[in-house]
Design a protein around this ligand. Structure first.
Ligand code: FES
Length: 194
């Protein structure tokens, strides 16, 4: 004979199990994705900087270097302009109202002409239509050399940075016509080398 008490207990357990199993589960739902929000919030806390981001730093750095270099160049340019003005104050830089003329006898050409003191002998000889010898036109060779027969060439001309003639050659009257500016009257033989 079944024990009524046991039957009651078993029925209670079954009811409890049925009750709980009939309850709706809460289920699982993924948490809201807040990663973007977190990132934005973090980004907003990073202070703005004046310098470029690391990736751009090399480029920006380069640009900076260029800017600095550019500034330097600008500065140098300014100095160069000033220095250039000083450097360009050569024997030919004579104001128009201060230009003087000297009578120069070109022995081989058989003519005496007036030469200005602000232009090289070579240029002024060419302006006469003479075929004057030359190569560099910068005082760096001796192609244009000529001989001033009156004495040391630098008593009669000023050389603008000639590099080729020695003191003895200048004393002998040799000159480089491409960089020689008249400072007195004289006679000259073109195409004469030391
Ligand atoms: S042409 Fe070269 S020194 Fe005059």
């Amino acid at each position: 004979m079944a024990d009524p008490l046991a039957i009651g207990v078993a029925a209670s357990i079954v009811l409890v199990v049925v009750f709980f199993s009939s309850l709706k589960g809460t289920g699982w739902s993924p948490a809201e994705d807040i990663s973007e929000e977190v990132l934005e919030r973090r980004a907003s806390t990073v202070p703005e900087t004046d310098f470029p981001e690391p990736m751009n730093r090399s480029i920006g750095g380069g640009g900076g270097a260029v800017a600095v270099g550019g500034g330097g160049e600008g500065g140098e340019g300014g100095e160069l302009e000033e220095g250039g003005a000083e450097e360009s104050a050569g024997p030919g830089d004579i104001p128009d109202d201060e230009i003087e003329y000297y009578e120069v006898e070109f022995i081989k050409e058989g003519e005496t002409v007036e030469l200005a003191n602000n232009e090289p002998i070579l240029d002024q000889g060419e302006e006469q239509g003479w075929d004057m010898p030359y190569a560099c036109r910068q005082g760096q060779c001796v192609s244009c050399s000529a001989h001033i027969t009156d004495g040391p060439s630098e008593d009669y001309v000023v050389h603008d940075d000639q590099q080729m003639l020695g003191e003895a050659e200048i004393d002998d009257g040799y000159t480089l016509t491409c960089v020689a500016y008249p400072r007195d009257s004289f006679s000259i033989e073109t195409g004469e080398s030391p």
